[in-house]
Design a protein around this ligand. Structure first.
Ligand SMILES: [Zn+2]
Length: 63
C-alpha cells in the first residue's frame, strides 16, 4: 500500500497520529497520561491513512 507521494509504512513520513476525545485531551493537557481514542497511521504529507487503530490494548502502546 502506497500513498500518493509513494511512501509506505516504515517511511519517516508515515507517522502515528493520536486522536483524543475531549476528556482525553483535557487529561493529557493536565499532564496525566491517557491512551488516545484512536490512532491513525498516516502520511504526514498528504494525510493518507494506512491504518486505523481502535483496539484498546493496541492504543495503550501509544500513551
Ligand atoms: Zn503521502
Amino acid at each position: 500500500m502506497k500513498c500518493e507521494d509513494g511512501y509506505t509504512r516504515g517511511d519517516p513520513w508515515v507517522v502515528p497520529v493520536r486522536k483524543y476525545s475531549f476528556w482525553g485531551w483535557l487529561l493529557m493537557s493536565s499532564g496525566i497520561s491517557h491512551p488516545p481514542n484512536q490512532v491513525n497511521i498516516e502520511c504526514d504529507k498528504c494525510g493518507f491513512v494506512f491504518e486505523t487503530i481502535s483496539e484498546r490494548k493496541e492504543l495503550l502502546k501509544y500513551l
